[in-house]
Design a protein around this ligand. Structure first.
Ligand SMILES: Cc1cc2nc3c(=O)[nH]c(=O)nc-3n(C[C@H](O)[C@H](O)[C@H](O)COP(=O)(O)OP(=O)(O)OC[C@H]3O[C@@H](n4cnc5c(N)ncnc54)[C@H](O)[C@@H]3O)c2cc1C
Length: 294
């Protein structure tokens, strides 16, 4: 790897703990947080020429970062394209807008389509690339198109059907960065939308352990059944491993249960669950959460 990078956006030796839901992670050797497409494009060209490895974090609500120092560059997307532009029932929204802020804005504008996703933390870019979803609605259901940048710094517009939206994945966007999205919503009643938002937030608070650090559901839904149910039937509900434990409220959540969570404990528990569920039911659970630096 090249020894010293010199670029106006690149900072050095940055703790990654602040940038993910479990507050885990060592220091990134380099970190850059572009604010515009131009800054991102310049950065990607620089990265390509330097040959340095890189990873992406937006809000880190679906990401576990290793406690080892990261010997590469983190592109942090929590400042990229901070705008919401409404045009009739359509909204163009930048990657760094919080999904929940976009939902509030849509409700204020009497527009429906997004409200089922309320309570999902993270940013619009993360929601788009993960095809985040809840209560039978996914980001793909409102997306008209996504603006994405490739690793040569070239921007393109990808329409919904070409994104390759699948369950918690966008198969045609591997190695691409979502910089903004255009979504299409439907005129609706503001009061009804507000009521639905409150009901959903209430249900989430009842069913999910929101008082401790987590990444939401750790595993994707398998073909048959639910990950949480399999984990519970494997006898792992409430199972603790050092600084982390399987929630006893929602078995697909792994919670930090000490002030300092160890990323290896998270990794160990996730592998342990996979092995136990496989051993008991011959079903291999696939993590929904992403890993950096392991
Ligand atoms: C309490 C809780 C509840 C949750 N509930 C739900 C739920 O109901 N439904 C659901 O789907 N998820 C849920 N999640 C998971 C998570 O919030 C979503 O997956 C969210 O969309 C991730 O957004 P993020 O910005 O935090 O992404 P990050 O965690 O930062 O990134 C996730 C992945 O996407 C990549 N990435 C992020 N932004 C971009 C971008 N702009 N371009 C390219 N790649 C990018 C990252 O490299 C990483 O691989 C929950 C999480 C928590 C903590």
């Amino acid at each position: 790897m090249q020894n010293n990078l010199s670029h106006p956006l690149i900072t050095e030796n940055i703790p990654l703990k602040k940038f993910n839901c479990y507050r885990v992670g060592g220091n990134a050797r380099y970190l850059a947080a572009p604010r515009t497409n131009q800054e991102l494009s310049d950065l990607l060209i620089y990265i390509k020429n330097s040959g340095i490895k890189y990873d992406i974090i937006s809000a880190g609500t679906n990401t576990i970062v290793s406690d080892k120092n990261y010997d590469g560059l983190i592109i942090l997307l929590n400042r990229l394209n901070d705008y919401i532009i409404k045009n009739g029932n359509n909204i163009k929204v930048g990657a760094c807008v919080r999904l929940n802020d976009l939902i509030s804005y849509s409700i204020e504008s009497s527009l429906s389509g997004l409200v089922d996703l309320v309570g999902i933390p993270g940013l619009v870019g993360g929601a788009a690339i993960m095809n985040a979803g809840a209560y039978g609605v996914e980001f793909k259901d409102v997306a008209l198109s996504l603006d994405v940048m490739d690793n040569n710094g070239v921007l393109s517009n990808v329409c919904n059907k070409d994104v390759g939206f699948t369950y918690r994945h966008t198969k045609n966007l591997v190695d691409k960065i979502v910089v903004s999205a255009e979504i299409e919503l439907i005129k609706s009643d503001k009061l009804e939308l507000s009521k639905k938002r409150n009901d959903i937030l209430k249900t989430r608070a009842e069913k999910q352990p929101l008082d401790k650090p987590s990444c939401g559901s750790v595993f994707k839904r398998p073909k048959d059944g639910y990950a949480g149910d399999l984990i519970e039937r494997a006898g792992l509900k409430g199972f603790r491993y050092k600084s982390v434990m399987v929630s006893d409220k929602h078995s697909n959540f792994i919670l930090g249960c000490e002030k300092d969570i160890n990323s290896d404990d998270l990794r160990y528990l996730i592998n342990y669950i996979i092995n136990e569920v496989d051993r008991k039911f011959s079903i291999v659970l696939e993590p929904e959460v992403k890993f950096i630096g392991f």
